[in-house]
Design a protein around this ligand. Structure first.
Ligand code: G6P
Length: 610
């Protein structure tokens, strides 16, 4: 969703703010803006466009003032116009607010404020916050007290940063269900909605909890709760190398992150495999190790790409650990009346650790008192904090909106987790060792697939003009087919459906003709023969087929117009490899159509609204 930044300090604030905002652009990019206190007044710049357009505008400016706010927007209320861009202001332009989230009761509050004489100039829910702060400051409150009183009235999700000319030496930030990170060092004080924005300036960050408010001044940060009680907050160290949050010579983050996968999988595995014991060491699960031994059922909850990783996780856990496992969309889970067993555990899988639907499902599970685990990439994020224990992906920052390296690292974590649980149960030392050896050999196989990128690019070029696409696979590669279809539709806007190849004949096959190609994952595994039959059914209806097969299986090529062969891999681990050509295919189709894969329309990297 939206990206927010605040800075107070001695550095060139426009340059610093714009660089940080650029790193947050993946959160939203339909409009952008900034505000700064200069000579006792708020001056601002807003554009109905991307962050670069704001940067162009700011070139003409020379602003030394501080504090300042920056924002990149993903519209929820009101079209992406200049007026609706953030910062939003009060009547007298003495207060500026940037906001990520939704204020659900903004209509009632707006009516109340209008009756009191406030004049609104945008269609946003955010503007209500600026007027409320104005109202309470007008009644004599300090900026932090005015924000606190505002928090008592607003309902919904928000991460906000506020500045005011009446209290110009600070930024006040607050959180309710939307991430807010604050930090301060000799370079100044920072607020951001994502560690990636400020990691260049500070590696130690404080993650605000719901209902907390931070006052950021040049010399430090003070956090209090709604009752004005001072909170002692732990600083979380983020060990990201700034290069990881830059394109490093690649044209897009998405291709950089696809190409990084051998290293990210290695990072996920590093230090966790104990080969001699055929076992896995997961520090984050130590405190619940004994409890996990008694777990008789697991439920995996996630959204988007993380949900498809969870579907594969179910197969892995059931096959390797022998624990009955359910998977559900986090958004649906909480609306279902579900009986809870006594020996159940729930795992929440999320790259960002901030997805609102996943967080709400976690809240539900925590209220029921069940054991909750997190499989999360962003260190210190909400899901990692609100779960009882968990495993970090260590995939580094993922900036491309279409998730790639996070998916493969989630699969690597889920395999480790399955072996961990399996070794607590019936998985033998040899079986454990065998899986782990195969897992360790994966990064070099992913490298081999990546070497085929030009071949995949050529195939992609041929298919960019089609309007529909079917992706199909079986068993472990059914979710891979879903992920392949998701990648294609989200960045190239081609309608794509993922199907179990078997299920296709119960409906989707009605659509097949020469204008409806299919991407078939037909590896040399237990499902090869069944896949061939399903491919034949497509070809009998003149549908063009691209085959994803296994090297050495030359025979599979005859079933497709085009084929891509990948190294042999054991079936449970095959999605880690088979997804890579699908990622590359989607990337090159999008690029050949002239789209920016890092900024797909209407999408956001971190979805902090329900
Ligand atoms: C958004 C992103 C997807 C991601 C999904 C879940 O829709 O665009 O790439 O898979 O959210 O995000 P999470 O951070 O919870 O994995």
């Amino acid at each position: 969703m939206c990206g927010i930044i605040g800075y107070i300090g001695p550095k060139d604030n426009l340059e610093l703010g714009m660089n940080s905002l650029k790193r947050l652009e993946y959160r939203g990019y339909d409009s952008a803006g900034m505000a700064i206190i200069e000579e006792g007044k708020i001056s601002s710049e807003r554009v109905a466009g991307k962050v670069n357009e704001l940067r162009e505008k700011l070139k003409e400016r020379d602003s030394e003032g501080t504090p300042c706010l920056f924002h990149s927007r993903w519209a929820t209320h009101g079209k992406p116009t200049k007026e609706n861009a953030h910062p939003q202001f009060d009547c007298k332009r003495e207060v500026a607010v940037v906001h990520n989230g939704i204020i659900e009761n903004h209509k009632e509050l707006k009516e109340m404020l209008e009756k009191e004489g406030h004049e609104f100039s945008s269609e946003t829910d955010t503007e209500t916050i600026a007027h409320l702060v104005e109202k309470f400051q007008g009644e004599g409150s300090s900026l932090e007290d005015a924000v606190r009183k505002t928090m008592e009235l607003i309902r919904g999700a928000y991460g906000i940063a506020v500045i005011s000319t009446k209290d110009p030496e600070k930024i006040v930030a607050a959180r309710m269900s939307s991430p807010v990170i604050v930090s301060s060092n000799k370079e100044g004080g920072f607020v951001a909605s994502d560690p990636a924005a400020i990691v260049e300036h500070s590696s130690k960050m404080i993650f605000l909890e719901d209902g907390e408010l931070a006052v950021i001044k040049r010399g430090g940060v003070e956090v209090t709760d709604m009752a004005k009680r001072k909170k002692e907050k732990e600083e979380v160290r983020i060990d990201w190398d700034i290069k990881e949050a830059q394109k490093s010579g690649y044209p897009h983050f998405m291709i950089k992150e696809i190409m990084e996968q051998p290293e990210t999988i290695e990072n996920t595995l590093r230090g966790r495999i104990i080969k001699e014991d055929g076992d896995v060491k997961l520090g984050g699960l130590e405190q619940v190790r004994e409890e996990l031994k008694g777990v008789e059922k697991l439920t995996l909850l996630a959204c988007g790409t993380s949900y498809y990783a969870s579907m594969i996780g179910k197969f892995l856990i059931e096959e390797i650990a022998g624990i009955p496992t359910e998977v559900d969309l986090a958004s649906e889970f909480r609306y279902r009346k579900r009986p809870y067993g006594r020996r159940e555990a729930f795992a929440f899988i999320s790259q960002s650790g901030e997805t609102a639907d996943t967080l709400k499902a976690l809240e539900e599970v925590n209220n029921k008192g069940a054991l909750s685990l997190g499989i999360v990439n962003v260190v210190g994020s909400s899901i990692s904090r609100y779960t009882d224990a968990g495993i970090y992906n260590h995939a580094g920052p993922e900036i491309g909106v279409a998730s790639t390296k996070a998916f493969t690292s989630q699969l690597a974590v889920l395999t480790l987790f399955s072996v961990f649980l399996g070794r607590q149960r019936n998985l033998s030392l040899n079986e454990g060792r065998e899986i782990l050896e195969k897992l360790e050999s994966l990064p070099s196989k992913v490298r081999e697939v990546l070497e085929k990128k030009d071949e995949i690019k050529e195939v992609a070029k041929k298919y960019g003009e089609y309007e529909n696409f079917l992706f199909m696979g079986r068993r472990y590669n059914f979710p891979t087919a879903l992920e392949g279809a998701l990648k294609l539709k989200e960045i190239s806007y081609i309608h794509a459906e993922g199907y179990s190849a078997a299920e296709m004949k119960h409906g989707a096959i009605a659509l097949i003709d020469e204008s409806f190609p299919a991407f078939a994952i037909a590896l040399s595994d237990s499902m090869r023969e069944k896949m061939v039959s399903n491919i034949e059914e497509i070809r009998a209806r003149s549908g063009p087929v691209i085959i994803l097969g296994t090297e050495g299986d030359e025979g599979i090529k005859e079933y497709g117009e085009d084929s891509i062969l990948i190294p042999e891999v054991t079936e449970p681990l095959s999605p880690l490899l088979s997804v890579v050509p699908l990622q590359l295919f989607a990337y090159y189709v999008a690029v050949s159509k002239g789209f920016d894969p890092d900024k797909p329309r209407n999408l956001s990297k971190v979805v902090t609204v329900e």
